[in-house]
Design a protein. Sequence first.
Length: 314
Amino acid sequence: MEWLAGFVAFVIASIVGMFPAHMLAYQAAPLPHTGATVLFAGDMMFDRTIRTTTDEKGGDYIFSCIGPILRDADFVVANLEGPITSTSSVSVGSIVGGKNNYTFTFPVLTARLLYEHNIRIVNIGNNHILNFGTWGLEDTKRYLDAAGVGYFGDPVQHSVLHKRVNGVALAFINYNEFAPPEHTNILGYVSISSTTVRQIREARAAGELPVVYTHWGIEYATTSSAYSRELAHSFIDAGAEVVIGSHPHVVEEHETYNGKNIYYSLGNFIFDQYWNDDVRNGLLLRVEFSASGVRSLREIPIRLQQDRRTCLRS
């Protein structure tokens, strides 16, 4: 029987030799990643004591206990609450409540820091991006471009960011209640919202999923305003896949409207506000998109530590 065993071995070896090794190992290959996983975060501010802490301990420090969560997504989207310029800070050491305390500029290295921590898209449609004028805005875009960080919501151009990830076409669209007056009319936010509605409809017509990231509402109010709710519903009616809010610096309620999710405010993400739990407790939102829409959504509670790190809330 030895000749039979040898013959069988010869046949098997011959068959194996007909196929490349990668074809024989196909069952062990990982399945391709389908869909897009996006982590949404709230307000980020890199001046005042956040700036002095990163100067002392390095920029990575403030992300040191949240880093794995940020990497566990295709990319992170958050609100950049001020310009990136080479100008010296005026808010560091300023009097709390004084004008300079609310005038922000972030270090040039901020753009690279965002990229390294998987924050690859930022909203710049907010009430602080023009703290250093239009030249500060242009500097911000230049530094973000150089670092490979995308942006949307330019308050002058109302820019939309189009991104395709694993077969999912996304359009990131901003609504900014605080757009400069020369870019509104006497109706104020109604004029800007009509631009947002038009951009949503255009994205849907192009086969994209419109993601609306807003900057609106009343600071430190834990419940959304009536006009924010009216606007959010109009965005969903126009075709928005999800609406996510920023600016109040606290987490507000969320709702499902016509089958779509609205989060009125995710609260703070990177900020030096600690006077109560409302401002210290923020929310990350992990959203999985398929080509047809939101597939799943998960809330991740976070907390601002007084050492200036942002960590998971226990």
